[in-house]
Write a protein that binds this ligand. Structure first.
Ligand code: PLP
Length: 386
């Protein structure tokens, strides 16, 4: 793991996660396997901290993008669990994933043959999920590949276990994609049948990400792959509104897990008419008190927040002034009662009744929640609290 940079810290709330998981289990159904998507360093929350937190909520199925993430999850996990790789695996990693019983998407015959080889070498069957191309056009077997695929599977039954058949939707978070999604659902069911008719049956069928699981209940099937929702964020405003429209209580049922905090490094008084920071982007319109916070774009505070970002100090919402530097930002604390070196600064999270969510952070900088979260650097120390 990288050397930690300790000028800020990330706190994770176990209570918020427990709330989210039980809410989601309740609406998705207890019989459906809940696969927690922890790719992108658990959406920036930190795999090493987040996996044990999930295990406290009895989650035992994890989805990741790549083999290196799968190995990290396996290390972080202390209970029997299933780990599923949805994306990248290098040929050099095939044997290890088979040996460790890690499950793996297969979307071309190249990977299938590589897994069969690894299974032969290790004497352990490879646990695979066949991904079908249904209209997303990223990865997945095309219909034309099916007969070759069926032949390979049938002549290697001892070396592979068909754990699942799956697909991924092209934007279930927006009604604009409604017809495309409907078409994908139909094709997926048809393809599963083609294989069943050839004697190849999956243990599980799965297709839903967060947005599909909420907005298209028939995509839930046997397993749901839930990322963004478990962290307390909605895939889109539309998905939230759609969900709440079917409920009487209109408040957001999910809680944010993450807070990001730093401390005041120094303070300074400046006079009206002076520029603050590099260049001329901020001109003091009054006598001001400013403070420096040791978090800049190298620590994940996007440069696009220059003169736009907000933070909470002393229970007050304050503004980032001037450009975001590599390692610090300057904030305007003129209106705070008292601000001193060492005082806590909240970059994401709550102080008193005020809050800065990643989404307001994202709206301000035109980024999606997904992107802002996963950009939080791995080398910020992370702590779990109750
Ligand atoms: C990332 C991902 C998910 C989870 O998406 P969310 O919108 O965060 O729930 C599900 N399936 C696949 C294939 C993914 O890549």
């Amino acid at each position: 793991m990288n050397q930690q940079i300790k000028t800020s810290k990330i706190e994770l709330s176990q209570k918020a996660l427990s709330n989210n998981i039980s809410y989601l289990r309740n609406i998705l159904g207890e019989d459906i396997i809940f696969s927690s998507v922890v790719k992108g360093n658990a959406y920036g929350h930190g795999i090493e901290q987040f996996v044990p937190m999930l295990e406290n909520c009895d989650v035992n199925h994890f989805s990741v993008f790549s083999a290196d993430e799968a190995f990290r999850v396996n290390k972080a996990s202390s209970k029997p669990s299933t780990i599923m790789i949805m994306g990248a695996v290098d040929d050099s990693e095939m044997e290890r994933i088979v040996r460790e019983g890690i499950q793996c998407y297969v979307f071309d015959t190249c990977r299938l043959e590589s897994l069969i080889k690894a299974a032969k070498r290790t004497g352990t069957a490879a646990n695979i999920h066949l991904e079908f191309e249904t209209g997303f056009n990223r990865t997945g077997f095309n219909k034309n590949d099916f007969s070759e695929l069926i032949t390979i599977i049938n002549s290697n039954r001892r070396y592979i276990s068909i754990e699942g058949m799956c697909t991924n939707f092209a934007g279930a978070e927006s009604i604009a994609n409604y017809y495309r999604i409907q078409k994908q659902i139909k094709l997926f069911n048809k393809y599963v049948k083609v294989f069943s008719d050839s004697g190849i049956k999956p243990k599980l069928r799965h297709s839903a990400c967060s947005a599909a699981a909420i907005s298209y209940p028939n995509t839930r099937m046997d397993l749901v792959r839930i990322g963004i929702l478990q962290y307390g964020f909605w895939p889109s405003k539309e998905t939230l509104i759609n969900h709440l429209s079917r409920k009487t209580d209109k408040s957001d049922p999910l809680n944010r897990i993450i807070s990001w905090k730093s401390k005041i490094m120094s303070t300074k008084e400046i006079k009206i008419g002076e520029f603050v920071g590099y260049g001329t982007s901020y001109l003091a319109q009054r006598d001001m008190k400013i403070a420096t916070v040791p978090v800049g774009y190298a620590q994940g505070f996007s440069r696009s927040m220059s003169n736009h970002g907000r933070a909470l100090v002393d229970g007050t919402r304050v503004s980032v002034i001037g450009v975001v530097n590599m390692n610090c930002i300057i904030i305007d604390v003129t209106d705070c009662d008292s601000v001193n070196i060492g005082d806590e600064v909240t970059l994401i999270g709550n102080q008193n009744e005020l809050s800065i969510s990643v989404s307001s952070f994202s709206d301000l900088s035109d980024q999606l929640n997904y992107e802002s979260l996963t950009r939080l650097p791995v080398n910020i120390p992370r702590f779990v609290k109750e």
